[in-house]
Design a binder for this molecule. Sequence first.
Ligand code: SAM
Length: 250
Amino acid sequence: MQTSDNNQILTNVANRYTALADSSNSCCGEGENGYANNSPEYDTEELSLLIPTVTEVSAGCGNPLTISSIRLNETVVDLGSGGGIDCFLASKQTGPNGKVYGVDMTPAMINLANKNKAKLGIKNVEFIKNQIDQTNLPSESVDVILSNCVINLVPDKTKVFEEAFRILKTQGRLQICDIVLSENLPDEALTDEILIGWEKIQDEEGAEIPFNEENKKLLLQVASTFEKDANAKGIKISTRKRCLSFTWYV
Ligand SMILES: C[S@@+](CC[C@H](N)C(=O)[O-])C[C@H]1O[C@@H](n2cnc3c(N)ncnc32)[C@H](O)[C@@H]1O
């Protein structure tokens, strides 16, 4: 894919999530009450300790915290942290002496996440405005990487895994929930905008990219975990639930 196409994808995605972050300030959020509020993967008691401006902008497709548990005092990074939901839940598991970083490229989401953090009085979470394939975090510094429905939005997915692999400590864990294509999209659906996800991403003119029910069925949810091995040359992904494989990373 050309760099200009990649830039266009990043712009479309940032516009989409700026609108979602902004909707949390309005009476009638476009987030349809948030993914977490409607998902059995999230514990309602845990959610009740958060606030609507966290849960109502939740836009994941699973709960990466259910893949495995985080230990006390660990360092965690959430790639594409949005309003901060998984960071705040992870911070309870690390305890006050652990640290959670949320990385997100959209300034409106970072602002919202910081406001949420202040309202919740949480101290051990830090939000960083960066692309997830370039976190600028130190190498071998992270115990657990979380990501919830973000890698599908990134043009160069291999770079994301290379970056994740760089910042993970040996035996660190990668816990991802995301969506993958189970087979190639039909030719008529093959536009870059569609390949980046199943949400309606708007182009610059504001026209909606067509996305019909048939194409939607081609996307399945995947939850996966990976443990960094000191001798590994690449990344082995093991998956669970209704999933096939990561078609975009081998
Ligand atoms: C589908 S939302 C998921 C947010 C959060 N993980 C959750 O579960 O609510 C995607 C988020 O990833 C961010 N994002 C998308 N592409 C990104 C990229 N290349 N680098 C950094 N952040 C990105 C968006 O700004 C948005 O906040």
